[in-house]
Design a protein around this ligand. Structure first.
Ligand code: PA5
Length: 414
């Protein structure tokens, strides 16, 4: 992975100004002395061989006995798995992992039940707290469907629970019913949990190589554990500097539709970690080139409050040559590789946006595979923690999400 930025919008002196603060944050993370440091478990990522083997064994069993795995979870208990599965799967082939419990739409639920129909399925209910409303509702529905279809005993064999080590309703039920269970480590919050069983079980069921994903993340961990030449820290400094210069919104930009949910995962990571105490960059995203024909107008020409972080995948798995064009106006495209055209669109857009006072940061990866995704996940997690501390907030809590819940519970008569 390579991080490229123009030093016209963030200068060496901007970076120097924050170097003492970065040194302090680096120590704070390593010594576990900052706010929320009980949730720094993801920093020292571990490859737990036994647990990975158990995940693979369960994934193989699910693949053998089910057409679909319904993954029930929301927020950090949902987006990481979806991001990786969408990024590494065929764009059009039906995936064997389906998602529920991330909304409360009756139409979504009915469509999903109808789609599953008579197919064999298992469920993986994921909730660290074990009490979140959306997954709790979906779990009760899908559990009932399993019991109706297979009977109580076999239903039990098709329920996989990922939750807290000891607390919560879900843990209690998992013990009582003897469900196969995985633990969300105490010291890892939802949005930092994709590289734990929260993400790894569904990802493995989708047929994705979780060893390579972990390897990428582990190598990123080594790369970003030291202070000098730390691109995760540089990214955090750039964001912080741009915010101070009035750039309040960051757009994650891709030129590969498979990255749509990676952006959703990233939005949660940064939005929930930084948006508090009246502070924070608003994280948003665009899928190019589609969004250049909609949001492109605003980005180029609207309020100068945006900056962009572009993910550039250098090599596609398969390229395609543009056929000979009959019209003279389109002849310049004849014989060009689609990857080249896509890249020229990216480079042209970056140039135009930078000229239009929208700073661009470029993150280059060689190809979209498990290794590079694992690397990116760790990179963004580390950068997010540093960025949150630079901003002066606790990057690991989410007090703001309670407000809607208490209003909703009042209305529901809880
Ligand atoms: O990052 C977080 O902590 C949250 O987004 C949670 O993941 C989300 O609210 C779901 O919580 P739980 O796993 O307890 O159901």
């Amino acid at each position: 992975m390579e991080l490229i930025y123009e030093n016209s919008f963030v200068t060496d002196s901007d970076i120097k100004k924050l170097s003492k603060r970065i040194q302090d944050i680096h120590n704070m993370i390593n010594d576990r002395t900052g706010e929320g440091s009980d949730f720094l478990g993801w920093v020292n990522l571990e490859y737990d061989k036994d647990e990975i083997e158990r995940i693979k064994t369960c994934a193989n069993k699910i693949r053998r006995d089910s057409d679909y795995l319904v993954v029930i979870g929301i927020g950090g208990s949902y987006l990481g798995a979806r991001a990786v599965i969408e990024a590494l799967s065929h764009s059009f082939r039906q995936k064997n992992v389906l998602f529920a419990g991330n909304n409360m739409s009756p139409d979504y639920l009915n469509d999903l039940l109808e789609f599953i129909g008579d197919s064999d399925f298992s469920i993986n209910v994921i909730s660290k707290s074990g009490t979140t409303t959306e997954p709790a509702i979906a779990f009760s529905i899908f559990k009932q469907k399993l019991i109706e279809k297979y009977g109580a005993e076999e239903a039990r064999n098709r329920i996989y629970v990922t939750t807290d080590r000891e607390k919560g309703l879900l843990k209690k039920e998992a013990i009582e019913e003897n469900y196969e269970s995985f633990t969300v480590p105490d010291n890892i919050g939802g949005r930092y949990s994709v590289l734990t069983p929260v993400g790894l079980l569904p990802i493995a069921v989708a047929g994705i190589n979780i060893d390579s994903l972990m390897l990428g993340a582990l190598q990123a961990m080594q790369k970003y554990e030291n202070l000098p030449d730390n691109e995760a820290y540089t990214y955090a400094i750039i964001r912080n500097t741009l915010l101070k210069k009035g750039k309040n919104i960051e757009l994650m930009v891709n030129y590969e539709p498979k990255l749509h949910y990676f952006t959703e995962w990233w939005k949660q990571l940064f939005g929930e970690s930084e948006g508090k105490d009246g502070k924070g960059i608003f994280p948003a995203g665009v899928d190019n080139t589609a969004d250049l024909h909609s949001m492109g107008q605003y980005i180029q020409d609207g309020q100068k409050i945006l900056f962009e972080t572009v993910i550039d995948i250098e090599n596609p798995y398969r390229d395609y040559k543009v056929p000979a064009q009959k019209s003279v106006e389109l002849d310049f495209l004849t014989g060009k590789s689609l990857n080249e055209v896509n890249h020229m669109a990216m480079e042209g857009t970056i140039k135009a946006h930078v000229d239009g006072e929208v700073p661009n940061i470029l993150i280059k990866i060689e190809k979209l595979d498990e290794f590079n995704l694992g690397w990116l996940i760790y990179f963004f997690e580390k950068a997010c923690a540093v960025s949150g501390y630079l901003l002066g907030v606790n990057p690991f809590n989410q007090p703001g999400v309670e407000a809607y819940k208490s209003e909703m519970f009042k209305l529901l008569g809880k």
